[in-house]
Write a protein that binds this ligand. Structure first.
Ligand code: ASP
Length: 408
């Protein structure tokens, strides 16, 4: 009951934010700090929440099962991503988005080189875990916590007190999330007012097709691809499922941050019946490396930029864009605007002008909101699919064939 009240208030904040933004225009920027406080409140929970839930989650999954769960997690993360890439490239090519902007080929294209693979890999290993936590370097934190959790499981009884403490920390953090949710309507109001005020209609118009395509692509990905996957693997009614988890994409949409939304994502996934162990394992990793929405956006953005500069992309180049978009989405942090920065890697891979990112930057927040919502739904569906294939039952009322407890 309490939870529904909060969501309703968030939606009211959302609606009032649109109105305030439309009335105030750029003046709405003065409200932004209320939204920044909200994002900071959520962000401050991320490190303790990830460490406690992931460590306890991993320790609870024993040896062979851990490898299997990890394999499934990666499988569900990236098999859906292939569909995101196909949707992005198909929509972008079919509509010729960006054509007619006639920006011509810019000279002096600045060269940004992607860091070598060896460096990317090396940087996953922290030299100092306290430093990684202080800087919220998520991949390093996850790497350490995975090892810590496995070792905690192996240590057995001697590690019990630590496990109990971490379990307690996770519980406490969930309650703090509940407190932060009371502030959510104000934060959402401010963020939406700022976004609407900052992006008047005039700014959006030349980019209307780009925005429409990214949004349509995101909607198709969630309501067709994710829905079919959930229906097939979990045997639940996908619409009921998506409605039940809607708080998380709504928060992702307003904050444009998968990491900041993680506390909410963990909550909704438990509400659909995924166990703490699977949720604690799949979601913190997903918030960092699983970003279908970002990959979809990057393929559309790359084709948009090519068309805007009058560059014809070959099929081979489009494939390169798709592959780099997956890697770039893995590398992107779950924070606002990360996908735009990583877009440079995608553009570099096929020699597209990096100035293209500046072209998009003005409307990136609008695109970021949609792609982040998809990123979060992607994590949620992956958690549900891993849980079901591990023999867990989701909430009985989600199943299509009525009757609680009907075997899948
Ligand atoms: N904002 C996105 C996220 O947090 C990342 C991106 O910029 O694409 O999931």
């Amino acid at each position: 009951m309490k939870k529904i009240g909060i969501l309703e208030r968030v939606l009211i904040g959302f609606g009032l934010g649109i109105i305030a933004g439309a009335i105030l225009g750029p003046e709405a920027a003065a409200l932004r700090f209320f939204g920044t406080i909200f994002i900071r409140l959520l962000s401050m929970l991320v490190v303790p929440l990830v460490v406690s839930t992931l460590a306890v989650g991993v320790a609870g999954i024993s040896g062979v099962k851990l490898g299997r769960v990890f394999g499934k997690t990666l499988f569900f993360y990236y098999v859906t991503c292939i569909f995101a890439l196909i949707i992005g490239l198909t929509l972008a090519n079919a509509t010729g988005v960006g054509r007619g902007m006639e920006l011509g080929q810019l000279r002096d294209v600045a060269q940004v080189t992607a860091p070598p693979f060896s460096e990317v890999l090396t940087n996953i290993v922290p030299t100092n875990i306290v430093d990684a936590m202080a800087k919220t370097t998520m991949l390093q934190i996850i790497f350490f916590t995975l090892m810590f959790g496995v070792a905690m499981g192996l240590a057995g009884r001697t590690a019990e007190p630590v496990r109990a403490v971490l379990g307690g920390v996770a519980d406490i953090m969930y309650r703090v999330v509940g407190m932060v949710m009371w502030y959510a309507p104000i934060g959402v109001f401010a963020l939406i007012a700022w976004t609407v005020g900052n992006h008047g209609l005039a700014v959006l118009r030349p980019f209307a097709l780009l925005i429409a395509i990214v949004y349509i692509g995101c909607i198709v990905h969630v309501f067709v691809v994710h829905a079919l996957f959930v229906a097939y693997f979990c045997r639940v009614n996908p619409l009921k499922f998506l409605v039940r988890v809607k708080d998380a994409p709504i928060f992702a949409f307003t904050t444009a941050s998968s990491s900041a939304t993680l506390p909410v994502t963990l909550r909704v996934v438990k509400q659909v019946g995924v166990s703490d162990g699977i949720a604690g394992f799949v979601l913190p990793i997903g918030a960092t490396v699983n970003m279908d929405g970002t990959a979809l956006y990057q393929t559309v953005a790359a084709v948009f930029i090519a068309n805007a500069f009058g560059i014809q992309l070959t099929i081979g180049q489009q494939l390169t864009i798709a592959v780099t978009a997956v890697l770039a989405s893995i590398g992107a942090a779950g924070v606002p605007g990360a996908g735009l920065i990583m877009l440079m890697t995608v553009l570099t891979s096929v020699g597209l002008p990096l100035e293209g990112t500046a072209l998009i930057a003005g409307v990136d927040r609008i695109l970021d909101m949609a792609r982040t919502a998809v990123n979060v739904v992607d994590d949620i569906t992956a958690a549900a699919m891993v849980a079901t294939t591990e023999g867990e039952r989701l909430s009985p009322d989600l199943y299509r064939s009525s009757g609680p407890g009907v075997a899948a």
